[in-house]
Design a protein around this ligand. Sequence first.
Ligand code: ZN
Length: 428
Amino acid sequence: MSWLDDGGLVFVNASQVVTCAGPARARRGAEMNDVSLRVDTAVAVRGDRIAAVGTTADVRGRFPDAREIDCQRGVLTPGLVDSHTHGLFGRARFEEQEMRASGLDYMEIARRGGGIHSSVRDLRAQSEDALVDAARPRLWRLASFGTTTVEVKSGYGLSLEDELKSLRAIGRLARELPMRVVPTFLGAHEIPLEHRERASGRSEYIELLVHQMIPSVANERLARFADVFCETGVYTTDESRRILETARAAGLLLKLHADELSPGGGAELAASLDATSADHLAAVSDAGVAALAAASTVATLLPGTMLFLGQSSRAPARQLIEAGAPVALATDFNPGTSPTPNLPLILTLGVSQLHLTVAEAVIAATINGAAALALAEETGQIAPGFSADLALFDIRDVRELPYWYGDNHCRATWVRGKPCYQSNLAVS
Ligand SMILES: [Zn+2]
């Protein structure tokens, strides 16, 4: 039967409904510890919106024509929000894992032409169609773990033509797939090798970004955000500021890869620009923490990257939360440093490595992830008026979500009130 033509849906018989209901903005401090968990609760959906959250009898009474979805004592949550991925790429880079394990570091692999540069060579050789075909099953893998909103960055093109090709491919995936896909322009992911080889090449590439790439991306409305990799050896804070100010003037919202490997003032820069998020932060300084706490910028932490790189440094999540900075968690899904599509695994790392509570980790991957994409008024909580983006997990208690680490208990997801992912165990 059709999912579209009736009186909506009513989700019943969940063991817990983790609503994350509350203000439509990033949660900070003690707010992050409250997921507004409800039992004996049903959720009604009409069209693409959450229509009601209440007792089963009440919701059934108000929506007598709705089709019932039996949650079979599973846990219903807002659809997970993965606010930082590099999900559009060509070939995987599994060979680098052994190189890294043998002692070569990230920058050394990059200097040898591996790392980002090998993905750039590869992406440039692929057609837009081939990139769409490569990304489609990978984004479905992300969806299979409960993710209903995913940010996807460009940044392996690093030329006008190849960055536009990347963003057009992301746009096609956004139109084709049921999940919500948010495109980000990351032309400032690296300085491409052909520019690194000339003394004036670096400044020429930044001029290209500022005068050609950003205007083209904005004119074609190919991205919602612009992002820069601000790090020692990549873009300086002064260069990052110039690129981001240009992007903002062109109408893009801002993100920043900040303080991943060394404390370079990236968090302070993101806060001073009122960027929507500052991401990584494994090496953020005390001044950077204070700057984020005083700003609206979401601190997006990516502990999967540190795990995969074998690094012992960790983002100071407790310090950030206790200072009052809103914290999000994301996969950083990418072919080099974090090839996992599993956002619940990142919740595991948030709890076991970053010392978040389960509630804080859930908030970080729902409403705060939405805030990190400027979507907090649209998604990230189960409350009337919000987009009907839901994930149903085959567990009895939300604390099992990070507990069964690496496993997948997602049974089904819905986006804008329509089915998105369904596992073999899916409810009918
Ligand atoms: Zn990244």
